[in-house]
Design a protein around this ligand. Structure first.
Ligand code: DHE
Length: 546
């Protein structure tokens, strides 16, 4: 078991799916000796444990740069100590946590003194070769063929199953379990309320048609080797015409036809960072679709740049690159949907973009490693419209004023800081019809905290939050981790759903809480719900309600 000293490190440590790829090895006599078998094993471990923080090319991301010019100077003994015991800056203690034995520590210390093997590129042609249209557009339904209340369907990530569950939010029945990419990550709903787009960490994109009698895949494509984000065009007149997927490797994004996933244009994100230093691996993190213009907003994580991509003319592609702050990760809109608020996580900041003017509006200092998901919008009794984020690094919840017209002096300032249960928070959520602000602490090392959530009363935020033991509601008998993750509302805003997330071979569940009474209402513990994490309500995702 891991000593979860740093929830941040644990979070970043999710395995990359590309360890099996053909890669070129380039040695130099200065580098410590390694057999090919040792090299291959170390490479695999690097993708499983290290790439998330240090980057595939080891140029440094949230973790330090580990290229041979640096590591050879440090030497094997120094590196071994670092790997074994970790650092207060967030490097895990791989030996003392029990994850690595002495031999593995030695192996990895030698490996990082070698030139990083470079994974292959992935071109438009490579993508097109993987594309499947299971049901061509002409053979798809022309109207809704089922009786489901589509707007209240939830798409649930079954992380380690490589599937999503479509759950009827009214009856709580599973409609279908749909095969998707490996370690499937997020779902985003098309603007028309019909197509659901899902992306896996292996960069497989699935297009699911919710009009079918039994909603299922109609098209699929692999757009790279590693990915996290997918979105579709939402501007009036352009609804679902263009889909976009961002990849971690290769560092690029692709624009596709919304209904067939045919790739049309690939754009690389490599280039200068905000300090005018070249970065070879700016991973694409969150992508949102502007409501003000026919544009996507694309977070290029390591360069700290937000690209506003005009999708109306793919030949004469127009892009505005906004210099913001480094390590852009997740984010969402304010309640008017004009401003995009996104975390620059390792900079401990929230960046605000005005999507109407295509300009940087503000950069705001918040607590340690903000992680808003899409954030939470509500009307503060004193400060008016606000947006909130919790974080991985500490217990603080930053409430930021978002109304430059009506509450000018509070706009883009932290107007209040709440004290949550602790660090390791991933998601925060409310709903326009609710008075509750829910905050999880999924990655907190204390199981009491990771299995419960804090709920604040928006009408009186001076009151301490109520703590609800969600895992206990699930009444799971085995000894799984039962980490509670990601509150998500139903369409009506009167229920909030939580995942109780255990390992693949353990029982997991979804707990539905009555938002008014804050009591557990329904437990979904169907055996097919393997490792549920993210949940995406169709209506709320379609309309960016959060
Ligand atoms: Fe996520 C969103 C990246 C680990 C659950 N995650 C995102 C987004 C990015 C991202 C860039 C924003 C996408 C967008 O809006 O377009 N996530 C990463 C990682 O790089 C990271 C840290 C490590 C990794 O190697 O993958 C990571 N994420 C996780 C998990 O371990 C989580 C908790 C469980 C899981 O399913 O893998 C997880 N991430 C989520 C969820 C969202 C998300 C549920 C969408 C939240 C929302 O409400 O929109």
């Amino acid at each position: 078991t891991t000593d979860v000293k740093s929830p941040e490190a644990q979070f970043r440590g999710a395995p990359y799916s590309m360890s099996g790829e053909e890669m070129h090895r380039a040695d130099d006599p200065k580098m410590p000796a390694m057999t090919q078998a040792e090299f291959d094993r170390a490479r695999q471990i690097y993708f499983e444990r290290c790439a998330g923080c240090h980057g595939v090319l080891r140029k440094g991301a949230t973790g330090k740069a580990l290229t041979p010019d640096i590591t050879l100077e440090r030497g094997t003994e120094y590196l071994k100590t670092f790997i074994a015991y970790g650092s207060p800056a967030g490097m895990p203690n791989w030996l003392t946590s029990g994850d690595f034995d002495e031999a593995t520590v030695d192996l990895m210390a030698r490996y990082v003194q070698h030139t990083p093997p470079t994974p292959p590129e992935f071109s438009l042609e490579d993508m097109e070769k993987t594309r499947k249209e299971y049901i061509p557009v002409a053979e798809r339904p022309t109207k809704k063929m089922n009786k489901y209340n589509i707007e209240n369907i939830f798409s649930v990530t079954l992380r380690d199953d490589g599937t999503i569950a479509l759950i009827d939010g009214d009856t709580k029945e599973i409609i279908n379990i749909v095969k998707t990419g490996y370690a499937v990550h997020i779902s985003r709903m098309g603007a028309n309320g019909r197509y659901l787009y899902v992306i896996g960490r292996d960069a497989r994109v699935n297009l699911i048609d919710l009009w079918m009698e039994k909603p299922d895949n109609v098209a699929e494509i692999k757009v790279g080797l590693e990915a996290r984000s997918i979105e579709t065009s939402k501007f009036k007149g352009w609804e679902d015409k263009i889909a976009i997927a961002g990849t971690y490797w290769p560092p690029q994004f692709v624009l596709m036809d919304g209904d067939t996933l045919k790739p049309r244009k690939v754009v690389g994100t490599r280039g200068m960072d905000i300090d005018n230093v070249y970065h070879p691996e700016p991973r694409v993190a969150a992508i949102v679709s502007s409501h003000e213009k026919p544009e996507f907003l694309v977070n290029a994580k390591e360069t700290g740049k937000i690209w506003m991509v005009d999708y109306t003319d793919l030949t004469n592609l127009k892009m505005t690159k906004i210099a913001t702050s480094k390590f852009l990760h997740d984010g969402g809109f304010d309640s008017t949907q004009r401003y995009f608020l996104t975390a620059a996580n390792s900079s401990n900041q929230i960046v605000v973009i005005d999507t109407k003017k295509s300009k940087l509006e503000a950069i705001i200092d918040v607590g340690k490693i903000p992680h808003p998901g899409r954030g939470a919008n509500f009307k503060h009794p004193k400060f008016g419209p606000v947006w909130a984020t919790s974080g991985l690094g500490d217990e603080s919840i930053a409430i930021i004023g978002t109304d430059p017209k009506g509450h000018k002096s509070n706009a883009w300032k932290v107007v209040q800081t709440l004290e949550g249960q602790g660090g390791g928070s991933l998601f925060i959520k409310t709903h326009p019809k609710s008075n509750n602000l829910w905050v999880d602490t999924t990655l907190n090392p204390d199981p009491k905290l990771s299995q419960s959530v804090a709920v604040f009363d928006i009408r009186d935020l001076t009151k301490a939050p109520q703590i609800i033991d969600i895992a206990a509601c699930a009444n799971i008998k085995d000894d799984g981790a039962k980490r509670v993750v990601q509150p998500e509302y139903n369409k009506a805003g009167d229920e909030v759903w939580f995942s109780v997330w255990s390992a693949k071979d353990k029982q997991s569940a979804i707990v539905v809480v009555d938002d008014k009474t804050r009591t557990c209402k329904t437990v979904l513990d169907d055996k097919r719900l393997v490792t549920p994490t993210g949940k995406f309500n169709v209506y709320n995702t379609q309309h960016d309600v959060y």
